[in-house]
Design a protein around this ligand. Sequence first.
Ligand code: DAK
Length: 257
Amino acid sequence: MTEVVLLERPAEGVVLLRINRPEARNALNIEVRKLLAKHLAEVSEDTTTRAVVVTGNDKAFAAGADIKEMADAGTIEMHQRGAHKLWRTIAGCSKPVIAAVNGYALGGGCEIAMTCDIIVAGESARFGQPEVKIGIIPGGGGTQRLTRAIGKYKAMKYVLTGDLFTAKEAFEMGLVSEVVPDPEVEGRAIDLARQLAALPPLALQLAKEAVLAGMEAPLSTALALETKSIQILFSSQDQKEGMRAFIEKRKPKFIGH
Ligand code: DAK
């Protein structure tokens, strides 16, 4: 049987997770969701992995949850399938996660991209939350993360109409970090991951936590969290090494604690 999520190591410290159901536009069936969650939980714990790239293929990052698999499901079955756990695992990954998006990122696919920390999109990528067209609403964070990323009135338009939007529009609205030519998406995401893999992991982890937790908190609480986080880093060897290396005009060698 074909593995529906492939794990590759394209560079030192970098893990690439490739959703691999091209015949179904990478629709997220239970198996894909379980494997993605499993790999992400493992790389979160693995000290040799410093950054993660999640990608699909040239036609689809992921066209959403597998409609054929859920069409006849009832409430209790949907609850027991625990789909919501996947998005939580990605958002909770302690390493930086980069989405490399070519083709369609729709519904649950767009929601996966939005739980990543950085989104690199190809020029022809298409994003959207088209769930209303099949009688549901975004259920993997789309009503909330899209609204926080692009604001109420744009998010409301896309959530209510189900219309798709382009990579350029996504970039202009603040949903995408970078737009590059389609063939360069994966390479650019790996380059970014390699760049992150060379940086002190504790600093990256605390920076990610401060941004994400801060987004949910009042400004004063978020600023206090930031202050505590920077203070904690002064106990790390990587902080001593980074600053000494700067002063001694040499390249730092980070060890991860
Ligand atoms: N599910 C299942 N199969 C899909 C699929 C999907 N989402 N998307 C595409 N496919 C399949 C097609 O059925 C077709 O299969 P065959 O007919 O060859 O067997 C094959 O992939 C190729 O698709 P097309 O022929 O349609 O290819 P096109 O290039 O013409 O169009 C497209 C690509 C992506 C625009 C189109 O396939 C499309 O509109 N797909 C559906 C997009 C969509 O509606 N996505 C939202 C799904 S709902 C939850 C949390 C989250 C969710 C649910 C629950 N809980 C916490 C409970 C998430 C829900 C969703 O994402």
